[in-house]
Design a protein around this ligand. Sequence first.
Ligand SMILES: *Cc1c(COP(=O)(O)O)cnc(C)c1O
Length: 413
Amino acid sequence: MEDFSFEARVLHTPYQKPDIYGALSMPVYNTAAYEFETAEAMEAAFCGHTTDHAYSRITNPTVQYFEDRVRAITNAVSVTALNSGMAAITNTLIALTHAGGNIVTSPHLFGNTFSLMKNTLAAFGVETRFCDLTNEEEVRDNVDLNTCAIFLEVITNPQLEVADLRMLSFIGKEFRIPLIADTTVVPFSVFHASDFGVDIEIISSTKYISGGATSIGGLIIDYGTADWSHSIPLKHWYEQFGSNAFTARMRKEIHRNLGAYMTPQVAYMQTLGLETMQVRFNHQASTCLELAKCLQKLAGIESVNYTGLENNPFYTISTTQFGIYPGAMLTFDLASREVCFAFMNKLKLIRRATNLFDNKTLAIHPASTIYGGFTEEQRKAMDISQQTIRLSVGLESIDDLYNDIRQALDSVK
Ligand SMILES: *Cc1c(COP(=O)(O)O)cnc(C)c1O
């Protein structure tokens, strides 16, 4: 399949075993357990001497097929599918951190990721150092021999800040620290994270991959490029598995213990979503860019943020890394929180909902929702403004979206 383009590979990845009925759509194996002919075969499966499935918290044929497809189209060494984006982040960070270790990241993070680091992991002695990842000096000042990961979101949400991945990867290589990127906002059909030095890619497959927001899921994509030779928690895994140390510990210890493996029903829906992801993305992202340009000229909108706009401060680095369509999410600022609320309440077509990259266009006021549980001071530190509306652009026509925004703005004036 390697000779084919993304479009063909995403549709035609072969099954691990031919289906006995020749089913063209992937069968859903709704089973917790698997039966064995002999006690010996059972022992071999449970001890990992064969690739037979033993229990669906650990592996499942339908989920494995979803993982295989993602592996085939990303050229990764290994892919693990979990039951949410947060589970993917949690499993990853638990597999490679330890008490006394630290994570270097930005304060511009998805709300739960921020809380995971600041509260949950901190209780286990893992320190998080929040710094400006777009500033090379600051990153260098923060990494040390106890740094377990440099972690970032490739386009932060909702600030839409873009760090230079090659710069971060360069520092990572120098200190033998893996570069871990949450790439949820730009799909791997257009953005090849490993080309920019990302060692482990994490995706909330709830978003672009699932498509119509059918289900919650997460992916851990290991490119096998990280140097684990100095990792304290992966030391003995490294001796046995070398560059696969992370995935070995993930599959043999962490994800079994945390118990957040993807379910077969979700893997089925997300495999279907994956097949149409690129077509949907191209449509949504080009609408987003056009809409961003139109909204810049609309009275009542103070500013528009989308890194694909030529006047955006991150335009050059964004185009280098993501091409002309850096996702299908934009934000814009209105006069005040009150105007934002009034505007949201006047929308007729665009839905008031969280989530990203649904087929439907969604609007949210991040400060009062995703970041509602933080203090105003914490929100300031994360650059979350009360004036900002976030729009996730769906599959509607640009005219309908523009007209809905314009009528809502007109009616709050
Ligand atoms: C949604 C999201 C997550 C969390 O994913 P879930 O599937 O909701 O757990 C993490 N990171 C980013 C950037 C997201 O948008």
